[in-house]
Design a protein around this ligand. Structure first.
Ligand code: SF4
Length: 341
């Protein structure tokens, strides 16, 4: 069993079953590992006093985080390549900002959504990450590299709602106050628009968790070309799922819109986007495409991105233009899955 896949309550149940101990010892171990960042169970003082055989626990509970295979830094943005069992590699990106730091996590090795502008999509789905591999990315960055992490975004490799159960369990572990203690309000799930996943997420009753939708086009024909998932979950279905979603009071959805030159960046596209979003509480984030190697698309450039934002603002939308940091190390949106050079 891997400790990183267990909440403190799950862990207490396992300790009770195997060793007749309960929450007191579970919380002590959990604190030692997750808060103090020390995975050596032999150094938990409460264990020695309780006469529990540390060796037994060490062989019963894995506390290792994924190995860091490579890192690349550009203007503080750090791309971290993890090596997983089976030789697979996934990537996380640590992004320092003036008032907070964000870790962008991977939830799958590769992705089967096949978005036309995304490098990860070109890999296809290699496999889902286990909950402990998702939590392990956070653990390795916070405790292994000693980096502060305020926010988590599931915007790295993979579609998080396509690996629903493992992502949900990882969120339970990450937010456990006796451990890593990252509140739901500091986490964002970003989806390509899997409507059944959005509905399941709503059923979990986590109103604080942020939901972002990667939209990129507001008409079905164009969106299906850019994001094949739209053929199965078309825009009307997506809008209905968002309308039914139990948002918290004054909560908003984050709408991600990657601008692709000559494809989805005209005045008419902005008007259609505004029309689609009518009635939904949203914040729109517009970002220029990051053309990596082999990318079919180009960014329309900063000036046009500003103009597109102005069109949306003119339609009454709250819009922000996002900078795409980390482009030179292939750590920007849509670029994960290639070499860190
Ligand atoms: S943009 Fe996201 S959902 Fe689409 S292929 Fe890339 S990783 Fe998958």
């Amino acid at each position: 069993m891997h400790l990183f896949s267990l909440t403190c309550t799950d862990f207490a149940a396992a300790l009770h079953q195997g060793w007749g101990k309960g929450m007191f010892h579970a919380a002590a171990i959990y604190r030692h590992v997750f808060k103090q960042g020390n995975p050596d169970l032999a150094q938990v003082p409460e264990l020695a006093q309780a006469g529990i055989l540390t060796q037994e626990l060490q062989s019963a509970f894995n506390v290792s985080s994924p190995a860091i295979a490579a890192m690349a830094v550009q203007e503080g943005v750090t791309k971290i390549v993890f090596s997983l069992a089976g030789g697979l590699r996934v990537e996380a990106v640590w992004i320092p900002m003036p008032r907070r730091t964000t870790l962008c996590l991977s939830s799958q090795a590769g992705c089967r959504m096949g978005c036309a502008f995304c490098r990860t999509g070109a890999l296809g789905l290699l496999r889902n990450l286990a909950a402990e591999e998702i939590v392990g990315q956070v653990y390795a960055v916070r405790h292994g590299l000693g980096r502060a992490i305020d926010n988590i975004v599931f915007m790295g490799m993979g579609e998080p709602l396509d690996n629903f159960d493992n992502v949900a369990q990882a969120i339970r572990v990450l937010s456990d106050q006796r451990g890593l203690d990252i509140p739901h309000s500091h986490m964002t799930i970003s989806t390509a628009g899997l409507t059944d996943g959005i509905r399941r997420l709503g059923e979990l009753g986590w109103p604080g968790l942020n939901l972002a939708v990667s939209l990129n086009a507001a008409d079905d024909e164009l969106r299906s070309q850019l994001m094949p998932v739209n053929a199965i979950h078309p825009l009307a279905q997506l809008k209905q799922a968002l309308q039914d979603y139990p948002l918290r009071k004054k909560g908003v959805f984050f709408i991600e819109y990657v601008l692709l030159k000559g494809v989805n960046d005209s005045r008419g596209h902005a008007a259609r986007l505004a029309c689609f979003l009518e009635g939904l509480p949203v914040r729109v984030n517009v970002i220029g495409c990051n053309p990596g190697p082999d990318c079919l698309f180009e960014s329309p450039g900063e000036e046009h991105c500003r103009l597109f934002c102005a069109w949306l603002a003119g339609e009454g939308l709250f819009v922000r233009m996002r900078s795409s940091r980390g482009q030179d190390i292939n750590a920007a949106c849509g670029q994960l899955g290639g070499p860190a050079h």
